[in-house]
Write a new protein. Structure first.
Length: 195
C-alpha cells in the first residue's frame, strides 16, 4: 500500500466517521493524526490475495477469521490501521462489527514507498497491541518472508523464510510453503551490486 501523509488532527469519533463514510479511500489513525492509503502494484495485490486465500484455506473450520486489506484493525483506543491481512481468533470478531478488535497475526506486503514505515513506526504501533503474537512482512521485490514473533517479556524475535522453505506461524499452529504467497509473481533477476 502506498501511504500519502495527511497531517490533519482529529478525534477518534471524527476519524471513524470519515473512514466509514469514505467509500474510495481508507485512512489509518494514530493518536489524533490520519494517514491516507492509496493502492499498490499488481504484484502487491497478487501477494495480498495469495496470503488471504492461503490463510483462509488453512483456517477453515477453526474459530479464527481471516480479513483482507479492507478490514480496519483497532490496536488501541486511539490507533487504527489497515494491514494487508489480519487473523483474529476472538469471539468479538463474529457479527456486525466493522473493526477487528483482537488481531493475533497481521501481515504487511512491503512496497518500496512504505517499507520504512512498515518496519519502523507501524511495527512499533503493532508491538503495543497486547493480542498481537506475530507480525509478518512479505517482500515484493524478492521471495522473502519475515516473521516477527512475540516472546517472553515482550521480546520480539525475527525468523526469515526464503522460497525453498516453509513459513511457520506458531500463533496459529500453521506452516506452508513460501511459494504459496508468491503464486503468479515473477521476479526480475537481481542486478549485481556495483562495488
Amino acid at each position: 500500500m502506498t501511504a500519502l501523509p495527511h497531517h490533519m488532527a482529529m478525534t477518534v469519533e471524527e476519524y471513524l466517521q470519515l473512514d466509514r463514510n469514505s467509500h474510495e479511500t481508507r485512512y489509518e489513525y494514530s493518536d489524533g493524526h490520519i494517514r491516507m492509503l492509496a493502492g499498490g502494484s499488481l504484484d502487491h495485490a497478487t501477494i495480498g490475495l495469495n496470503v488471504a486465500s492461503t490463510l483462509r484455506a488453512a483456517l477453515r473450520d477453526s474459530p479464527c477469521r481471516v480479513f483482507n486489506s479492507d478490514a480496519r484493525v483497532q490496536l488501541s483506543e486511539t490507533r487504527y490501521v489497515y494491514p494487508d491481512a489480519t487473523v483474529s481468533c476472538g469471539e468479538q470478531e463474529h457479527g456486525q462489527n466493522d473493526t477487528v478488535l483482537s488481531p493475533r497475526l497481521v501481515i504487511e506486503v512491503l512496497s518500496p514507498s512504505t517499507e520504512g514505515y512498515d518496519r519502523g513506526k507501524k511495527f512499533w504501533l503493532y508491538r503495543q497491541c497486547p493480542t498481537l503474537q506475530e507480525y509478518v512482512l512479505i517482500n515484493t521485490l524478492r521471495p522473502e518472508v519475515e516473521v516477527y514473533r512475540r516472546g517472553k517479556n515482550n521480546l520480539w524475535t525475527l525468523y526469515t523464510f526464503e522460497l525453498h522453505e516453509d513459513v511457520e506461524l506458531l500463533s496459529l499452529n500453521l506452516h506452508f510453503p513460501v511459494t504459496a504467497f508468491y503464486e503468479d509473481v515473477v521476479f526480475r533477476p537481481e542486478e549485481p551490486e556495483i562495488p
